[in-house]
Write a protein that binds this ligand. Structure first.
Ligand code: PLP
Length: 440
């Protein structure tokens, strides 16, 4: 229907909402109008406890003064600076700050505006890196079933979430996928599962099939978030690292969710003690306040580009808003907040409390698995016959009405609260979810 008049502010037709059942939402909207620390305020004046850090991004909670003030000040001081062939100090300061907290070996930062752009940037750097070294046959990219790497064409090509791929044609050629790491023998495991390290050997099979000399990079989420929180089995990431190294294949960790303290270390790479060649991040980089993403790269990768005549651009890639001043100001204030409040490691101290709380839901109706690590967790429900996703969505709506924000992927409930959550708030979150689950 054309918009034949100036729409009223509460006219919901024009906004085509992302990853949303638009017609369902618009028939019963769930509107947020304010936020502070651990809570959202709804349009009908209710307080909702944030069990998901927004969309896995507000790791320090909401409307934190340092970040708000830094953004406000920066908008009035230097609102925008060209990103190409020009610089501004905050972009350099932030890069150094990120390298400081990144795993040893990550020495350079390339900026973008989202997790999706970070992924596509990392994939392009991987391809161009091999070319820069004269290894141009390495063009193949390997992802994993159930992986989520955003929504760009690179990201959905290496991604393994079927609905995100199936509507969009043939995608990138020359992509293969390893199996996911969700094994029935690991159900209800607390923390990192025991079984499944050998799933990494599937990479050897793919290498044997295509030839290592054709493979540029492997990309995985060290802990798969969006698909419904799948942990890496013990020893799995170590094996992936060993196999990629052996064959000269780059390893990319997509840390868009796990970056900035989610598992109790600044990055999952440090938590698991496995260092990749590149890390993608976004979300918690600015506490979700301003869009920003980044690729952290090793010196080996960066230095491979720094050759040839010095006036020639080394990497033909970048965005108008790469490292824009407002994002950089937000990110620096975010890192300050994380440091002041010890948030990059706080999840480690709360992990056991969180684990016991979430596993207390085990005997609720239709719960078939519970998974947890750091301050992240999932409760998997059995689907209603013939209506996959319905039970999960019903729980999501009921939870929201009961005063907690959770997230569902199909019939999997995922939670990743801000890292400032208290034990009492964990009790409230899980207690309310438990009440809701009694109706599952
Ligand atoms: N990669 C991972 C692992 C993610 O979880 C996400 C978003 O959830 C993305 C990439 C995409 O990030 P964005 O939505 O900022 O493009």
């Amino acid at each position: 229907m054309p918009l034949d008049r100036k729409p009223a502010p509460n006219d919901l037709r024009a906004f085509w909402m992302p990853f949303t059942a638009n017609r369902q939402f618009k028939s019963a909207p769930r509107m947020l109008v304010a936020s502070k620390d651990m809570h959202y305020t709804t349009s009908d004046g209710r307080q909702v406890l944030d069990g998901t850090a927004g969309l896995w991004c507000c790791n320090a909670g909401h409307c934190r003064p340092r970040i708000t003030e830094a953004v406000q000040a920066q908008v009035g001081e230097l609102d925008y600076a060209p990103a190409f062939q020009m610089g501004h100090p905050l972009a350099f300061e932030l890069a150094n700050r990120l390298v400081d907290i990144a795993p040893d070996g990550m020495e350079h930062v390339f900026y973008c505006n989202s997790g999706s752009e970070a992924v596509d940037t990392a994939l392009k750097i991987a391809l161009a890196y091999h070319r820069a070294r004269g290894d141009a046959a390495r063009t193949r990219l390997i992802g994993r079933e159930r992986g989520y790497h955003g929504v760009g064409f690179g990201g959905i090509s290496v991604g393994g979430i079927v609905n995100n791929r199936r509507h969009f044609g043939t995608l990138l050629a020359g992509v293969d996928h390893m199996p996911h790491t969700h094994l029935p023998e690991n159900v209800f495991t607390k923390g990192q599962p025991e079984h499944g390290a050998n799933l990494a050997d599937e990479l050897e099979r793919i290498v044997a099939l295509h030839g290592a000399e054709t493979i540029a990079a492997v990309i995985v989420e060290p802990m798969a978030g969006s698909t419904g929180v799948l942990m890496p089995p013990k020893g799995y990431l170590e094996k992936l690292r060993a196999i990629t190294k052996k064959h000269g294949i780059l390893l990319i960790f997509d840390e868009v969710i796990t970056g900035f303290g989610r598992l109790g270390s600044p990055f999952a790479a440090q938590h698991f003690g496995v260092v990749p060649d590149m890390i993608t991040c976004a979300k918690g980089l600015t506490n979700g306040v301003i869009p920003m993403g980044a690729v952290l790269a090793s010196a080996q990768i960066h230095d491979a580009f720094m050759q040839g005549p010095e006036h020639i651009i080394e990497l033909f890639h970048g965005y108008t808003y790469s490292g824009n001043p407002i994002s950089c100001a937000a990110a620096i204030a975010t890192l300050d907040t994380y440091a002041e409040e010890g948030l990059l490691t706080r999840a480690a101290g709360l992990e056991t409390y969180w684990q016991e709380a979430i596993h207390s839901l085990r005997d609720h109706p239709n719960v078939v698995d519970i998974r947890n690590m750091g301050l992240i967790g999932a409760v998997e429900l059995s689907p209603i016959d013939g209506q996959p996703g319905k039970r999960g969505f019903d729980m999501f709506v009921k939870a929201f009405e009961a005063g907690i924000l959770i997230r569902v992927t199909g019939d999997i409930i995922a939670m990743s609260p801000p890292l400032i959550i208290s034990e009492a708030q964990i009790d409230e979150l899980i207690g309310t979810l438990g009440d809701v689950l009694k109706t599952a």
